[in-house]
Design a protein around this ligand. Structure first.
Ligand SMILES: [Zn+2]
Ligand SMILES: [Zn+2]
Length: 257
């Protein structure tokens, strides 16, 4: 193996290692603390205090989620080594190249490019055919736990990753800023799927009930980072609307969107 190949595999190894440490380590710790240690106390911390996934479903989410995160980490690691070798992307490495204000503006741009990509792809996944054959995998988890964050059909995971990586071809962004926004994307996904009540002091993402409700009511609340696109398109869950249980089985046939 040449030096380039060795560096590539080291980058991939680090990427896989970091992903697994967070998913198994951090995720496992949160899961153990609430779902094992404080299980009897669920009324005080759980978004859906009376609904728990079966142990088999938790194991299923853990295995599928782990598979996807390793796949994503390999792709991310390969891309990182491509950039490290001087390969093309819109990432840059001198923090002053586009000025200091752009460091902040590019973070906001990257954030909304990812938010938009995830919203519209999620809406598309609720179309009847895609829902039935692809996205339903994720909706089997009606009371999400942290491991369901990445427990989706592998094709859906690749679509998700493509939109997370979209900024590196459309937004000139410093690599560290990009990495921070990606880390935030990952973190917010884990918080949204933890099933544990978390309030989040950011405008348009006040907490994780919004996405937990997506798992309960299905054809509403598609946004990932914010509610901006749900508000724009009228897909926020309406309190006075009853979402029939069979909508999950029927795909998006009678969804509000
Ligand atoms: Zn969905
Ligand atoms: Zn979800």
């Amino acid at each position: 193996m040449g030096e380039t190949g060795g560096t590539t595999w080291m980058t991939v190894g680090i990427s896989v290692g970091v992903s697994l440490v967070t998913f198994w380590g951090l995720g496992g710790l949160v899961h153990w603390w609430f779902y094992v240690h404080r299980r009897a106390d669920a009324e005080r911390w759980k978004v859906q205090p009376r609904r728990f996934l079966s142990r088999a479903m938790v194991r299923h989410a853990f295995a599928l989620g782990s598979f996807n995160i390793v796949m994503g980490a390999v792709i991310g690691g390969l891309f990182a080594s491509h950039v490290a070798r001087g390969g093309w992307s819109t990432l840059y490495s001198d923090p002053l190249e586009h000025g200091v204000p752009w460091l902040l503006a590019s973070a906001v741009a990257t954030y909304f490019v990812i938010d938009a990509g995830l919203y519209y792809s999620h809406r598309a996944l609720h179309g009847r055919w895609l829902f039935r054959h692809v996205h339903r995998w994720h909706h089997r988890y009606t009371a999400p736990v942290i491991f369901t964050t990445t427990a989706v059909h592998p094709i859906e995971f690749l679509v998700f990753q493509a939109f997370v990586m979209l900024p590196v071809v459309v937004v000139p962004v410093h690599w560290a800023v990009y990495l921070l926004v990606v880390a935030y994307t990952y973190l917010i996904g884990m918080i949204d799927h933890s099933g544990v009540i978390v309030r989040w002091p950011l405008p348009l993402h006040p907490g994780n009930q919004f996405h937990d409700d997506h798992h309960v009511f299905v054809h509403c609340n598609y946004g990932h980072h914010t509610q901006v696109f749900d508000r724009l398109h009228g897909t926020v869950r309406a309190n006075d609307r009853r979402y029939a249980d069979d909508e999950l089985g029927e795909g998006a046939r009678r969804g509000p969107a």
